[in-house]
Design a protein around this ligand. Structure first.
Ligand SMILES: *Cc1c(COP(=O)(O)O)cnc(C)c1O
Length: 497
């Protein structure tokens, strides 16, 4: 490589070149990494969607000791190619419809690599990455119809977004005392509201915030699994009457089970009437605000006090990428800032400190440059590209619903909403014989998942076990979706003698 020129002091301090790589070596290994990425992404469609990590490798990984001596980069990549890359989670495949996990957009993968190369802390400061994050937040603010005075930040995902937003809600109602004296000083019980269909992260958040899950009310929902505004209103009144202190309503804009959207407009009215905080969990469904079908219904998100949305779901950005927006930025800062006033920045865009630091608005101090992958993906696909892809995901879910209903062998949960389809194999002869459809569908699911031709997950609604497909997958084509009912019918035949 550089043998002909005299070694710089950097190189003589580091004769192995392990800490200070030459540009040539970065390129050589870097291109191998790019080759691995290209092979991985393009070969996935011809491979099983999922296969378990082999037991022999698992026991090796669970019992090894840390490497004492460094290894060559080529060998490390070889091990990656042999042992790790062949056993992915599954969500890069055109026929992966489990949980809410999408394939990564390619520009997002590159954004992740470039962000790591810059490796800033986005705690704050007057460097480019901070402005990229501000720009991305401001884009989502506009997409969701929030006012300019709001503040937001990128976090690990919807769970952290919920914790951050609910901490702001608690602060809003309890004031600074909550930070110094905690809940010990609260005479009244704080209460929060959601339906049984809300994501479990809210219960975790309520537990972490010291409120206790018994004070997280389960408000009744209708047969479409949407929160009943009347039931909410009476729950709040009942709590007030017994001396509790209602704080916030957690509404879902797309539940993870069925894509149900709570009646946001009506819930906003109830919250306004009782002066409660409205948090909207749009982690999964929020991006459908771009769609023709759901745009109007979801526009009421703009009435929330806080919103959670996961770009790592329906914006297909590599994990982790979650977003929290809080209408009143000052409340969020008051809930988290732990900087003496003389260190608080004044928002000048010159000098070293720059705009108010993100670390004053959330729990993390050192923060990743999560914004770049979102920024690149949005620049590359544009809102128009996302709009088309999201509408296609919705159309594919509708297509699957039609096919399942036409076959006459399935029960489909209705109304089908957003890009989620819940269904179960329920041929009339079995249903009449009183066969155990739950057990049969459980067995079907396991067989389908292990066969690797398509990947579904499951859920339980109204005490019944359902297969569940969630399509947040720009790689999925009509023929991929059309395979699903066929696959289940074939698998069912092999299971039922
Ligand atoms: C995924 C999800 C969450 C939790 O978000 P994470 O990114 O997994 O932390 C919350 N609510 C809904 C509706 C979700 O889909």
């Amino acid at each position: 490589m550089s043998q002909s020129r005299p070694k710089s002091s950097r190189e003589s301090d580091d004769p192995s070149g392990r800490w200070e790589w030459s540009a040539e070596e970065i390129r050589r290994i870097g291109y191998r990494v790019v080759d691995l990425i290209a092979t991985h992404l393009t070969s996935l469609p011809d491979r099983p969607v999922f296969r378990p990590f082999p037991a022999q490798l698992a026991s090796k990984y669970l019992s090894s000791t840390p490497p004492e001596l460094g290894q060559d980069a080529d060998d490390i990549l070889e091990t990656f190619a042999q042992e790790i890359e062949p056993y992915p989670f599954g969500n890069g495949h055109p026929r992966f419809y489990g949980w809410v996990n999408s394939p990564p957009v390619v520009m997002g993968i590159f954004g992740e690599a470039l962000a790591a190369a810059m490796n800033p802390s986005c705690a704050g400061g007057n460097h480019a990455p901070v402005y990229v994050e501000r720009e991305v937040i401001n884009w989502f603010r506009q997409i969701l119809g929030f006012p300019p005075g709001c503040m937001g930040l990128l976090v690990s995902g919807g769970s952290m977004a919920a914790l951050t937003a609910l901490a702001a809600a608690r602060h809003h109602h309890c004031g600074d005392d909550i930070r110094t004296r905690g809940l010990q000083a609260e005479a009244a019980r704080l209460t929060f509201y959601r339906t049984a269909e809300a994501h479990s992260c809210h219960q975790k958040a309520i537990e972490l915030l010291g409120v206790g899950s018994e004070n997280l009310r389960r408000v009744a929902h209708d047969s479409c699994l949407r929160m009943s505004p009347e039931a909410l209103d009476s729950a709040i009144r009942a709590d007030r009457a017994r001396g509790s202190k209602p704080i916030a309503v957690i509404a879902s804009a797309g539940t993870v089970n069925t894509g149900a959207i709570d009646p946001l407009d009506k819930l906003a009215e109830v919250c306004a009437r009782h002066q409660l905080w409205l948090h909207v969990d749009a982690a999964y469904g929020g991006p459908a605000i771009l769609s023709e079908t759901y745009g109007k219904e979801l526009s009421a998100i703009s009435r929330a006090d806080s919103i959670a949305l996961d770009p790592h779901k329906w914006f297909y950005v590599p994990v982790e990428a979650g977003l929290v927006l809080v209408r009143n930025g000052a409340t969020l800062r008051a809930a988290f800032s732990l900087v003496p006033p003389y260190l608080q920045t004044d928002g000048k865009t010159e000098g070293v400190a720059g705009l108010p630091w993100f670390s004053e608005y959330g729990f993390q101090q050192t923060r990743a440059f999560r914004a770049l992958k979102i920024w690149m993906a949005l620049h590359y696909h544009g809102l128009s590209g996302y709009r088309r892809s999201i509408e296609r995901d919705i159309a594919l879910a509708e297509r699957l619903t039609r096919a399942l209903k036409t076959s006459g062998r399935f029960e489909v949960f209705e109304p089908q909403q957003l890009s989620i389809v819940c269904f179960r194999y329920a041929p009339s002869e079995l249903a009449q014989r009183g066969g155990d459809l739950d057990a049969l569908n459980r067995a079907l699911l396991e067989r389908v998942q292990l066969e690797g031709k398509a990947f579904l997950s499951s859920t339980v609604i109204a005490d019944k076990f359902w297969l569940r497909a969630c399509i947040v997958n720009p790689r999925a084509r009509d023929q991929d979706i059309d395979m699903v009912p066929e696959l289940i019918l074939e698998t069912a035949q092999s299971l039922i003698p």
